[in-house]
Ligand binder design. Structure first.
Ligand code: GRF
Length: 210
C-alpha cells in the first residue's frame, strides 16, 4: 500500500485483512512522509513500513525506481493507494497497469484533485461520496470499481461531511478490494464489469511466485 498521512483507510484495510476479509495480505506500507501517523499504524499491525527516497519534488517522486524495486523485491501483486499525495508516472504505473487502485473522496468525475470534500462543500453539492478506481496516467481517472454516495444534510458542516465521507470510504474500500481480488471482472472501455472476464491478471513471472 502507498499512503502519505493519517492512514485511516490503511487502518480499515489492515483491519479487514486481519479478519481475513480483504481477499489478500498487505505485504508492506510505502510512505513518502517519514513522520506520517500511517507508519505507526503499520507497525502496530505488524506490517513492514518503508520510506523509500522521494527526491526534491513535492508532488511527484524524483525517482520511482527504488519504489518499484521495493515492490518487486516483495513480489507485490497489487498496489493500493490510500491518501498517497504524489502523482505517479510510467515507471510505476506501467508495471502495475490493471493492478493499482485508488480511493478518492468524491463521486468521480466530479471534484477530482486536491481537497475534493471542500470542493463539493463549496460548490453546494447535495450529494457527494467516494470512489474506488483503477489508476491510470491521468488525475483521478481510470475505470470505476465502486462508489458510495453521501448526502449533505441540513446543518452539516465541512467537518461533519468529512466525517461521513471517511466512514463511507472505510466501508467501501475493503469491500471493493475484496471483489477486485477475488471475483471475475473485465474492463470494457471506461467500464469495469464484474461477473465476466478473468479478473485480476498477474504477469507470468510474478504469478509463478504465488
Ligand atoms: C482519503 O480521504 C482518501 O480518499 C484521499 O486521501 C484521504 C486519506 O485519508 N485520497 P487517510 O490517510 O486514509 O486517513
Amino acid at each position: 500500500m502507498f499512503a502519505s498521512g493519517q492512514g485511516s483507510n490503511f487502518e480499515a484495510l489492515a483491519a479487514a485483512a486481519s479478519r481475513d476479509e480483504l481477499g489478500g495480505r498487505i505485504v508492506a506500507l510505502l510512505c513518502d512522509q517519514p513522520g506520517a501517523p500511517v507508519l505507526e499504524r503499520a507497525r502496530r499491525h505488524g506490517i513492514e513500513a518503508l520510506t523509500p527516497p522521494t527526491g526534491a519534488f513535492k508532488s511527484r517522486l524524483g525517482d520511482e525506481a527504488p519504489w518499484l524495486s521495493a515492490l518487486r523485491e516483495r513480489q507485490v501483486d497489487v498496489v493500493l493507494l490510500a491518501g498517497f499525495m504524489r502523482r505517479l508516472h510510467a515507471t510505476l504505473l506501467a508495471p502495475f497497469a490493471g493492478r493499482m487502485l485508488n480511493i478518492h473522496p468524491s463521486l468521480l468525475p466530479a471534484f477530482p484533485g486536491l481537497d475534493a470534500i471542500g470542493q463539493a462543500w463549496r460548490h453546494g453539492a447535495r450529494v457527494t461520496g467516494c470512489t474506488v478506481h483503477l489508476v491510470e496516467d491521468a488525475l483521478d481517472n481510470g475505470p470505476i470499481v465502486a462508489q458510495a454516495a453521501v448526502e449533505l444534510r441540513d446543518g452539516d458542516t465541512l467537518g461533519s461531511l468529512e466525517t461521513r465521507i471517511h466512514e463511507a470510504e472505510h466501508a467501501l474500500y475493503p469491500v471493493s478490494v475484496r471483489r477486485f481480488l477475488t471475483e471475475r471482472w473485465r474492463v470494457d472501455g471506461r467500464r469495469l464489469v464484474f461477473g465476466e472476464g478473468e479478473g485480476l491478471i498477474l504477469p507470468e513471472t510474478e504469478a509463478a511466485h504465488g
